[in-house]
Write a protein that binds this ligand. Structure first.
Ligand SMILES: Nc1ncnc2c1ncn2[C@@H]1O[C@H](COP(=O)(O)OP(=O)(O)OP(=O)(O)O)[C@@H](O)[C@H]1O
Ligand SMILES: [Mg+2]
Length: 274
């Protein structure tokens, strides 16, 4: 059976006379992965996400999404299986209250109102939005709007959720709320791709990291190897390692210790104390 997502020699340009924005991208994704997509501003992350979700159509290379039933989906069909939270939350607002906004997709699916109420109330509580449920989404803060956009995708239980900079401009507590609301569908079998510039979020949540550089995959590996084995390359790409990883690397160099795979403070404490 073919992989869940297959991207082969994928190229994309916005206009005929422009340079390629994606220049031969290759990777495969299995179901249930939790992936961080990172890279410079302008490296092509959002463009790639829009192709995956079917908003943009590529002309060169292969992109295949195989549904749970084993069917390779057409671009139109993708939208039913993939939810994308865009980089700009205002782009997704369709309704006049937060409650209606989150309920929108469920109503479109024809779900009964009592069931919709239960599902929407539940997610609004979990995402700390219940108190603003009657407000117009435009009147919310940027962080709240981002959470509304994510909530309205998560309730639809897509096979793949792509979140474009889910924690940008969010405070620590909102970032955690947003990331935890991705962990829940992931634990229930969804695949997650999140785009970010936040090193700490990558270290904390990703299993695998794909780094794009000038429209090509520069690094694609599990998150521990990403930070521990690609240190110099990351610096070249202006992507810093978490401070705790840096500290472990320097201690290893100076003291000859062998602290391995330190991404989080807990990794460090475990190895130094034990
Ligand atoms: N609608 C568009 N028309 C023409 N060029 C575009 C369009 N959208 C993006 N681009 C160009 O494509 C390139 C990749 O943009 P993209 O938005 O995919 O990058 P990104 O990695 O998501 O960047 P960021 O981290 O800033 O969000 C950039 O050079 C950008 O200027
Ligand atoms: Mg982007």
């Amino acid at each position: 059976m073919s992989s869940f997502i297959k991207v082969k020699d994928l190229c994309y340009r916005y206009r005929q006379n422009m340079d390629n924005v994606l220049e031969g991208v290759n990777f495969e994704i299995e179901r249930g992965e939790f992936i961080a997509l990172v890279g410079h501003n302008g490296s092509g992350k959002t463009t790639l996400a829009k192709i995956i979700v079917g908003l943009l159509e590529h002309k060169e290379g292969i992109y295949q999404f195989t549904s749970r039933e084993g069917k390779v989906l057409s671009r139109r069909e993708l939208r039913k299986k993939i939810g994308m939270v865009s980089q700009e939350p205002n782009n997704q607002i369709l309704e006049s209250t937060v409650f209606k906004e989150v309920a929108y997709g469920l109503r479109e699916k024809g779900m009964a109102e009592p069931e919709i109420n239960d599902i929407v109330e539940d997610i609004l509580h979990k995402m700390n939005l219940y108190h603003v449920r009657k407000r117009h989404p435009y009147l919310l803060s940027r962080g709240q709007r981002k959470r509304v956009a994510l909530a309205s995708i998560v309730v639809l239980e897509p096979e793949l959720i792509i979140c474009d900079e889910p924690t940008a401009a969010l405070d620590y507590s909102s970032s955690t709320t947003v990331m935890e609301s991705l962990v829940k569908p992931w634990k229930q079998g969804a695949t997650i791709i999140f785009i970010t510039h936040d090193v700490k979020i990558v270290a904390e949540y990703a299993q695998r990291t794909i780094l794009l550089n000038k429209g090509q995959v520069a690094i694609d590996t599990d998150v521990r190897s990403f930070f521990m084995d690609h240190h110099d390359e990351l610096e070249e790409h202006n992507f810093i390692t978490p401070q705790i990883t840096e500290l472990a690397n320097r201690l290893n160099r100076v003291t000859g210790r062998k602290l391995a795979s330190v991404l989080r403070v807990s990794d460090f404490v475990d190895q130094v104390v034990n």
